[in-house]
Structures are given as C-alpha cells and as structure tokens.
Design a protein around this ligand. Structure first.
Ligand SMILES: [Zn+2]
Length: 428
C-alpha cells in the first residue's frame, strides 16, 4: 500500500485467522500518519475447498482463506491490492514491512522480520503449545458459541420452550432437562462455563459460591430481603441484560485482546508488558466496552456487599467509616468511592472487586477527548476536577490489559446475578 500523505510504500503481512472483523493500525514510516486497515477473513465453501485441493494436489486443510479489506484509511492499495499476484514483484523494492499478527504479542520496537511464533516459544516454553490450543478454543467459542448461547437466552426469556429445547440440543449435544426450573439452571451452568473459559482459574467462582452459601446458612430470611431489593424495579433483569450486551461486544472484539493470554504462561519476573504491543488497535471500540464493564461491575458489587452484610452483621447492610448504608444508598453511592467501602469487607471479597476498579481510567477514557496516538502507541486522556485539567497517558497494551482483567472478573461476579435469577424463578 502507499501512504496518501507522503507516498511511502509499506507491505502488510496480515495473519489470516477465521473470526469476526479485525482492525489493525500503524504509523506510516515516512510521515507518521495513522494508517488503518480492516480485514474480514472468509472461509471458503466446501466446493471451493474440493476444487482447490484437486487442482494443487494438497490436503483440504491447506486451503488458504480469502481476505477482504473493507477499510483502508490514509493509504491506497497499489494496483490490485494484496490479492493481486503482481505485488510479489513490488516486494523486492519496498523497505517497510508491517507484521499484523494478532495471535501473539508483538515486541517493541517492532522487529520487521521477527517470527512471532519463535518469540512466543521463547516466552512460554512448553506452554506455547497449550496457549495455541486454548487460543483456538477461546476464539472459536467467542465467535461461534456465544451467538448460539444468546439465542438460547432469548428462547429462555420468552419462554419458548420448544425452541429452547432444540437450541439446547444443538449447543450441548445432549437432551435438555424436562422441567422449567432445571432448564434455567442448565442455562446458567452453560453461561458460567462459557465465562470460565476466559478466566485464569475458578478460584473467584468458588469464593462467590462459598459466600452465597454462608449467607444463606446464616439467614434465609435476610437473603429474601436482598432478593426482594433486586427484584424490585427490575434491577436484576437490567443487570442481566447489561452483562449479556457486554458478552456480545466481548465476543466481537476478543481477537484484539486474545494475545494477552501469553501473560498467563510466561514468567512475570522475566517479561514486562510494556515491551510488547498488540497488532490490532481498537481503542474506539474497546473504550465503550471498558466503561460498560466497569459500570456493571460496580452494580454487582452492591449485591456482594449485601451478602457480606448478612454474613457478618446478620442483615444486608454495608458498614462504612461512620455507621452503615442501606443497599439503595450504596447503589447510588459514587462509583469512585465504592472501592473504599468494599476494601473494608476484607479479603477474599475485597480482592474480587477492588483491584479491578480503576475509576480514574474509567472517567478518563469515558470522556470524549480520550484518543489513541499511533506514533507513541498510547492512549491519551484528560481528567477534570475542581483543581483543573490534567493529562494522562497509558501504553495501549496496558489499557487493553485492564480490560483483559476486568471482563473475566465480571464473569466471576456474574455468579451473584445468576443466583438472583435462580432465586427469582423459584418464587414464581
Ligand atoms: Zn506517510
């Protein structure tokens, strides 16, 4: 491609993995302007696979996917574009190469000829194989299983039980339970397992279950008070639909963050996140997802605090520095101050919430002046208060890592919400 501003030519090498739309960006080597390209990878039809395989005498798995590039900003494809065979001749004379591979982390400064796979083996050792296997599973699940689960939720909520049963069979390859309560339970279990796939382990889920059980043992009556509060004004349904909208966004944007799972495998004392970046640059899409995750996460914290109130004080109330707060008061309490209250609950519950609530970042990127800067590969944002305006920068990968931690944690605390629903339905 050729830069529209200065004419510098660049070769892009894009990894062609199947899945939702992806978007890459880099600074033009000549003038620094942001060049951005969107890619759709299209799976060939069965007929195309057969024809190709017969023509080249190669196995069917070797068929290369098609790519289409619906977006190209500040540059123009040279001649027929990347699918034009004549571009190979250009290859010899073009100096700038951008490796746009989102399977692995990209080292900074970028090594143009780096083989990212070898780098990944170096980082993860034998874990690299496991990473690749899980990467395929996670990407496939986000892209293909989530839309199917979403349909199952729809049939469940509309009580279309015939359709629910068909869809359940289709997803889980097993017959659905007979009665309605058990169907709801099976759906929750499916959603919990879906969420767990993005978590490091199930320790958070075990903590939530344990504390719900303890509160129930302590006082079933007071648990009803908590349930009633969340049933009133459709609060439980509202949080639930927020979580599902977030899951939907996550499934579409997952490939932009997937390479961060490398950090689950590497020795954290040897590698520093800031020495790497991600090939996809999706700040505009990810910032909304971060804000939505944050807001919903804070609302669920109110349930958790109520549960802890029952365990320690015998009532769903929240202790503060002086006196106590009701659920309703804590619900409307400033999100910026919620971590202080939650910290007082002590571990393990405070650990489920407080480390993930970066209120400053949430406010900064929620402001319409927040932007991504391609040259520094940073997110720039401004915070305003009584004392004035202050500018902040955060490396793009660090911002992505915040979301990469927040969403799985939302899946952990979503168990509280599932529990409310289950309770609700037993009443009806
Ligand atoms: Zn340029």
């Amino acid at each position: 491609m050729q830069c529209d501003v200065c004419g510098t030519k660049t070769i892009t090498r894009v990894s062609l993995v199947y899945g939702p739309y992806r978007e890459f960006a880099f600074a033009c080597a000549g003038c620094g302007i942001e060049i951005r390209l969107g890619v759709n990878v299209i799976a060939p039809s069965e007929e195309e696979i057969k024809t190709w395989s017969a023509r080249y005498g190669l196995p069917e798995e070797a068929v290369p996917p098609h790519a289409e590039y619906p977006k190209l900003l500040n540059a123009t494809w040279i001649r027929g574009g990347p699918n034009d065979p004549t571009w190979l001749e250009e290859d010899q004379s073009i100096q700038n190469v951008e490796i746009l591979d989102d399977e692995f982390l990209v080292s900074v400064p970028k090594e143009r000829k780096a083989l990212l796979f070898l780098q990944a083996v170096d980082q993860m050792g034998l874990g690299a194989k496991d990473f690749q296997k899980m990467d395929r599973i996670r990407r496939g699940t986000a892209a293909e299983v989530w839309p199917e689960l979403e349909r199952l939720i729809l049939h469940h909520d509309r009580e279309q039980w015939d359709l629910f049963d068909k869809q359940f069979q289709r997803i889980f390859q097993t017959a659905p339970p007979e009665d309605t309560d058990k169907k709801s339970f099976a759906l929750d279990l499916g959603l919990e397992n879906y969420g767990l796939l993005f978590c490091k382990d199930d320790s958070g889920q075990r903590t939530v279950r344990d504390h719900l059980e303890r509160a129930w043992q302590k006082s079933p009556d007071q648990m009803w008070v908590l349930v009633d509060y969340f049933r009133s004004q459709g609060r439980d349904r509202a949080i639930e639909s927020q979580i599902n909208a977030i899951r939907d966004e996550w499934s579409k944007l997952f490939s932009a963050l997937a390479a961060l799972y490398t950090t689950h495998y590497w020795d954290a004392s040897k590698y520093q996140l800031e020495k790497f970046t991600l090939a996809q640059k999706r700040f505009e899409d990810l910032k909304g997802l971060y804000v939505d995750c944050f807001e919903t996460f804070c609302r669920i914290a109110v349930i958790a605090a109520g549960v802890e109130g029952i365990i320690s004080l015998g009532r769903p109330i929240i202790p503060k520095a002086k006196g106590e707060m009701t659920l309703a008061e804590f619900d409307v309490f400033r999100n910026g101050s919620k971590p202080d209250v939650l910290r007082r609950l002590g571990p393990p519950i405070s650990d489920l919430f407080v480390p993930y609530m970066d209120h400053k970042l949430r406010n900064g990127i929620g402001h319409n002046s927040a932007r991504y800067d391609v040259v520094s590969d940073q997110v720039h944002y401004v915070l305003e208060n009584e004392r004035g305006r202050k500018s902040y920068q955060i490396p793009y990968i660090r911002f992505c890592y915040k979301l990469f931690e927040l969403y799985p944690q939302l899946e952990v605390v979503a168990l509280y919400v599932n529990w409310l629903r289950r309770f609700t339905e037993e009443v009806e």
